[in-house]
Design a protein around this ligand. Structure first.
Ligand SMILES: Cc1ncc(COP(=O)(O)O)c(C=O)c1O
Length: 261
């Protein structure tokens, strides 16, 4: 069952409607795959509150956000405590590796063996070694790392927005910075804040974004298809400056070539 992101009243209604039938509420703490929508005021707190009240598990999908948002992941960044968390990408340091973490209570049946957690590639030594190296890097950079990545990302977002304004392109970067989404607004659409995937589906001009993305690609800037950008520890100020120089050429080409003949 789907509840609307950033609509606390809707979530409360859904939980009441299906009272006693919901085992868990699953969410990304910040919706990185869908326009990089951060949790609005009270969203994560309400999920936690309802889970405690109704004996449901709160499951955080930190496949993207852990450990981009710092050593404690997005749950520490936003100050929320899920029962279970799944990690994917960064935790493997580039190797194919994922993990399930949780409170002792939520993991009890796996720990006791009552619930079996088997798999050919579980605890693969190579991936664990890579993961350990990667997590050591994250820990070494400490709790300040998201702020640093946000600063770099916000510089890139501001630069993209300035280029968009200069060329009259309705591109609106949104997100905290360390991850953000470049929303291309459809002609005539009102520019309301994107609060959930419905807003996003209504507002995103996919053909125009695709055109700009291909122009960016020709200049050596690979923005991923769905429009999510992320900053990593490897990025420097110089990389951002270079990316923006390349973006400037791409925006000019896009503005000249859009709409396509
Ligand atoms: C937020 C999020 N959750 C889950 C997944 C799926 O992960 P996997 O491919 O390991 O099943 C992805 C994959 O990109 C993701 O971005």
């Amino acid at each position: 069952m789907v509840a609307r992101w950033n609509d606390v009243d809707h979530l409360r209604r859904r939980v009441a409607e299906f009272k006693g039938q919901i085992a868990a509420i699953v969410c990304e703490p910040a919706m990185c795959n869908t326009c990089c929508i951060e949790p609005g005021e009270g969203m994560l707190e309400t999920i936690r509150e309802l889970c405690d009240q109704e004996d449901m598990l709160m499951i955080a999908d930190e496949t993207i956000t852990g450990f981009r948002f710092g050593p404690g992941g997005a749950q520490s960044y936003y100050g929320v405590h899920p029962d279970l968390t799944v990690f994917g990408k960064a935790i493997g340091g580039g190797t194919p590796f994922a993990a399930l973490a949780g409170t002792r209570a939520a993991m009890a049946k796996i720990i006791s063996g009552e619930s079996m957690h088997a798999g050919t590639l579980n605890a693969n030594p190579l991936c664990l070694a890579a993961s350990r190296w990667c997590l050591d890097q994250v820990i070494e950079r400490g709790a300040e790392s998201p702020a640093k990545l946000n600063r770099l990302g916000q510089k890139l977002m501001a630069g993209l927005r300035a280029l968009a304004d200069e060329h009259d392109v309705p591109l609106r970067p949104q997100g905290p910075g360390l991850a953000f989404h470049s929303l291309m607004v459809k002609p005539g659409a009102d520019e309301r804040p994107v609060q959930n995937y419905r807003d996003y589906a209504e507002l995103q001009d996919v053909p125009r974004w695709t055109h700009l993305r291909l122009c960016l690609l020709e200049e050596g800037v690979r923005a991923i298809e769905r429009g999510l950008w992320s900053i990593s520890f490897a990025h420097t100020e110089t990389d951002i400056d270079e990316a923006l120089e390349r973006c400037a050429v791409a925006f000019k080409r896009h503005a000249e070539g859009w709409p396509e003949a």
